[in-house]
Design a protein around this ligand. Sequence first.
Ligand SMILES: [Cu+2]
Length: 530
Amino acid sequence: MVQLQPQFALLAIAFCLPSILAVDVNYNFNIVNANIAPDGFSRAAVLVNGAFPGTLIQAQKNDVLHITVNNQLSNPTMRQSTTIHWHGLFQMRTASEDGPAFVTQCPIAPGHSYTYDIPLNGQSGTFWYHSHLSSQYVDGLRGALVVYDPTDPHLSLYDEDNANTVITLADWYHNPAPGLEDVFLAGNDEPIPDSGTINGIGRYVGGPTVVRARINVVTGKRYRFRVINISAYSGFRFSIEGHSLTIIEVDGINHVAKTVDGFDIYAAQRYSVVLNANQPVKNYWIRAPMELQHSSDNHNLDTKNVYAVLHYSGAPDAEPTTPADVGVQNLLQEYQLAALENPGAPGGSAPADRVIDLDFGRSVINNKLEWTINGVQYQSPDLPTLLNIIANNFTVESDFSQPEHTSVLNFNDVVELRIHGSANGHIHPFHLHGHAFDIVQSMGGPVNYVNPPRRDVVGVGGSTVIIRFRADNPGPWFLHCHIDWHLEAGLAVVFAEAPNEQRTGPKAEIIKPEWLDLCTIYKALPPALQ
Ligand SMILES: [Cu+2]
């Protein structure tokens, strides 16, 4: 055996370090009720550390996140238990940390804490987090999560990428979500937000002239803006006056660089774009008009009045003097995107191992609104699906009750979902937990198995959208519309992926005693505290 010289051995270790060194990154989330006024209207909210959006999480791709959630909620007009979903993280072997209530965990009771332990396993990109209990995130529990990659293949395209280049877009409501939800579920239109916000700042009709959010740039630098739609309902059409945007990442997946003037971004989607600050020194409009059905139901809302300011260093401390409301010329079409690494849908153009048709629609029966998939309105089970798989040996579809609408997937199968139905005028952002998927057919696009876009939220309107993924990540994964009101009305299914492989073998679930305790504590709560 060849003996390495000591200096070469050291070099070899140093070379390997970036890919193997797991650093523990700790965050403390106090979930509190506090009054805030993102658009000038003060209301009680459900907040992470008192802020909206909540504390920004930043980590490197091989880190292990430890996020301690201390539930200090006490306001009876909003949900007092909580869970948090870390949107886009694959959670390999840690489905228990994924967050959706009654799919992977019981909620965290008020007065209790739970630490989410999440190894990132090399995953990087732009993510976010939000409550996944009922419609609680509407009340404020949402924020950005960024995982940096020191070996990012697009690293040479930008100079700045930090907390100041994260741009969140969010709808905002003046009233607590539970009351809005009750009215909606009685057969009415979706609750309409009162304002749209950029980085937590917005304006409503008749409200105060809140100083707009500002993004500072310096001439000659290139910025990686991480644009995140943390809305409960609304999409946005995002653009920046006088600048093109080069898309390099979509929902945590690197894509072939694609330059556009703007893009539509639906609830829960993310885009990283590079902006070159190469224009004359002044202020420019950042525009994000909202796109949502029935917006005229709420006269507080001006869908166009969602602006921030791109401020060049040296420009006056003021809003731009140019017209604000200008349309986008070269708008992104999703099907034009191509995944950068390992392009191609799983299984290529060969038939998938499993094809599932998902036909969704809306109905109102006896003043009760339902959104259904294949005629079934999803309803949460009493015990989390994950607990039933791990502790009660649930393995085949008949183990699950009908309203749980749970399909079992075989380990490593290529799964093709064909999503279609009656969109009812909406574009429904369908999100799959535990995976990114290839979009074999995007809304209005051609079929493409060779180099399609890959992401974890896809908009579905009136036409059939086809997505594919490989069932290589055991776990019960939620697939649902990310219009939170539609999810609450039942627009969801669960895929119980590889139950046997989740119980035993190299991809088996890591079970934490404190995760098991969550259900014992929660089930003992009076209904008002659940
Ligand atoms: Cu929907």
